[in-house]
Design a protein around this ligand. Structure first.
Ligand code: ATP
Length: 441
C-alpha cells in the first residue's frame, strides 16, 4: 500500500497543540480552496523518530505560492514568495516559519516500472529527494488528514537506521548529498547503506565534488560542521577523501584534524565562559583554509558570498596569523600591554582559530588571558578629568589615555584614582616646564 496508516495519533501525542492546530488549519484551507497539501521531509522524519523539529516543510499541488497567499489572509503572518522557485515562506507572529514548495515532477529520472498511483505528483516530488528517510510525508487535507505517505520504504530505513539514496546517480546529480549523507549518519548514529556508500565513493573518485559551486559547498559544509556531531562527520569526510576533493590535497592531515578538534573544544569553552563568538562555522573554515594552498584559499574567499566584514576578517587572519603565532609561542616575549596591542587587531573568531591551529598551550593561555581579562580593562579617566588637571585639549589627550591604558594593563595602575595620580606625576611637571605648550600639543 502506498499510504500506510494514519499519523494523527502520533501528531497529537508528539507535536505541540499550536502546531497541531496549524496543520489542521492548513489542511482545511487546502481542502476548501482546491489544493492538495502535504507535510514532508525532515519534519516528518523527526516526528517519527520522536526528535523535536518544528521546521515545517509543506508541498502543495498545484501551486504553493497562490495557496500560501490565500492562507496568509486566513491565518495572518508575513509571507515572502519566490516565484522563480515556486516557493514561499510564511513567518507567523510568534516567529515560527513554514516553508511551502510547489510539487515538482520535472527533471528527475523516474523508473517507468513503478506503477502509477493516485499520488503521482507528490510521489515524483518525493522521489527527487536525497534519501529515503527524507521522503516521508502525510496528507494535510481535512478528510484525509494524517494519512501517511511512504512510497520508498523510508519508514523501514528509519527504523533500521539506514541512509539510502533513491537512485544510482543521486550523488552525481547533486554531489552536496555526499555531505548530507555523512551529516545525517552522524547526527542519528545511522549507517550509510552499502550500495549507497559505493555510489558515493564512485562520485567522490570521479571528481563530482569539484563540480559544485563553492557557495553551495560552503552552505552544506556549514550545516555539517555546526551540528553537535560535526567533528565526527568531518573525520568521516577526511577518511572518505571528501575533504581532499573539496579543498585540494591536504598535506598535513593530522595537523588539520587536530586543529578541528581543538577548534571544537575551544568553541565549547567560549560558550562556557560567555566569550562572544560571531560565527562558529567560520572558525572551522579558517582552520581548514590554514592547511590549504593559496589557490584554494582564494577560491573559497571569493566564491562564498561572505559579508564584507567577514571577508575582510578572513583575509586579515590568513595573511597575519603566522606572524602573530611566531611571537605568541615565544615564551620570553611580551608584557600584557604588548599582548593587547598584538591581539586587539583580531576578532575573537580569528583568535580562537589561531589558537586551534597553533596547538600550543602557551598560545591558549595568552589568548584566553586576553579574551577573559586584558580585553576588558579600560581607562576610567575621561577628557574632562584631564581638563580639570589643567591640561589643554588636543592630540596629547589620546596619547595620555593610551599611556594610562598601557600602565594599567601592565599592572602599574589599578583604578581611577591611581590613573589621575599617574597623569599628575607624569604630565604636570611637563606642564610646569612649559613642555606641553609646545605647538605639537
Ligand atoms: P534538517 O533537520 O537538518 O533541517 P532537513 O531534512 O529538514 O534536515 P533541509 O536541508 O531543511 O533538511 O531540507 C528539507 C528537505 O529537502 C529534506 O528533508 C530533503 O528531503 C530535501 N533536500 C534538501 N536538500 C536536498 C538535496 N541536496 N537533494 C535532495 N533533496 C534535498
Amino acid at each position: 500500500a502506498q499510504v500506510n496508516g494514519n499519523l494523527t495519533a502520533l501528531i497529537n501525542s508528539r507535536l505541540p497543540k499550536k502546531v497541531q492546530g496549524l496543520l489542521l488549519l492548513i489542511g482545511q484551507k487546502a481542502q476548501k480552496e482546491g489544493y492538495k497539501a502535504y507535510a514532508i521531509g525532515g519534519f516528518v522524519r523527526d516526528l517519527l523518530l520522536g526528535v523535536e523539529n518544528l521546521d515545517i516543510d509543506i508541498v502543495v499541488e498545484e501551486n504553493a505560492i497562490s495557496f500560501a497567499e490565500k492562507l496568509v489572509k486566513y491565518i495572518g503572518g508575513n509571507l515572502k514568495t519566490y516565484p522563480n522557485f515556486g516557493t514561499a515562506t510564511l513567518t507567523l507572529k510568534d516567529g515560527s516559519k513554514i516553508d511551502f514548495a510547489t510539487a515538482r515532477m520535472e527533471f528527475y529520472p523516474f523508473p517507468a516500472a513503478l506503477p502509477e498511483v493516485e499520488e503521482t505528483t507528490i510521489k515524483h516530488d518525493l522521489y527527487r529527494r536525497d534519501f529515503t528517510i527524507n521522503t516521508l510525508g502525510f496528507k494535510l487535507n481535512s478528510p484525509v488528514f494524517g494519512d501517511f505517505l511512504d512510497f520508498f520504504n523510508g519508514k523501514k530505513d528509519l527504523e533500521d537506521g539506514i541512509i539510502r539514496v533513491l537512485y544510482n546517480l543521486s550523488f552525481v546529480e547533486d554531489p552536496t548529498r555526499i555531505l548530507r549523507a555523512i551529516r545525517f549518519e552522524a547526527r542519528y548514529g545511522f549507517k550509510i547503506e552499502e550500495q549507497t556508500l559505493a555510489f558515493m565513493e564512485n562520485a567522490i573518485n570521479n571528481n563530482m565534488l569539484e563540480q559544485v559551486k563553492v557557495s553551495r559547498m560552503a552552505d552544506e559544509l556549514k550545516l555539517m560542521l555546526v551540528e553537535k556531531t560535526g567533528l565526527a562527520s568531518f573525520k568521516r569526510a577526511m577518511d572518505l577523501g571528501i575533504i581532499d576533493k573539496i579543498f585540494g590535497e591536504i598535506e598535513d592531515k593530522k595537523g588539520l584534524l587536530k586543529g578541528m578538534e581543538i577548534s571544537n573544544n575551544l568553541l565549547a569553552m567560549c560558550k562556557d565562559k560567555g566569550i562572544p563568538i560571531d560565527e562558529p562555522f567560520l572558525i572551522y573554515l579558517r582552520t581548514i583554509l590554514a592547511y590549504c594552498s593559496e589557490g584554494v584559499r582564494n577560491k573559497f574567499l571569493k566564491g562564498m558570498n561572505l559579508e564584507k566584514n567577514n571577508y575582510d576578517d578572513l583575509v586579515y587572519f590568513l595573511t597575519e596569523y603566522q606572524g602573530i603565532l611566531e611571537k605568541l609561542i615565544d615564551p620570553k616575549f611580551y608584557s600584557p600591554s604588548q599582548l593587547v596591542s598584538m591581539l586587539e587587531r583580531f576578532s575573537n573568531d580569528s583568535l580562537i582559530a589561531l589558537t586551534a591551529i597553533s596547538g600550543s598551550n602557551l598560545v591558549k593561555k595568552r589568548v584566553f588571558l586576553y579574551l577573559e581579562e586584558l580585553s576588558k580593562i579600560s581607562v576610567e579617566i575621561k577628557g574632562e578629568d584631564l581638563l580639570e588637571l589643567g591640561l589643554k585639549p588636543g592630540p596629547i589627550f589620546s596619547e595620555i589615555i593610551q599611556n594610562v591604558k598601557k600602565e594599567k594593563l601592565d599592572g602599574n595602575i589599578a583604578n581611577k584614582e591611581e590613573e589621575i595620580l599617574w597623569v599628575k606625576s607624569r604630565y604636570l611637571p611637563k606642564l610646569k616646564d612649559g613642555e606641553l605648550t609646545d605647538e605639537r600639543y
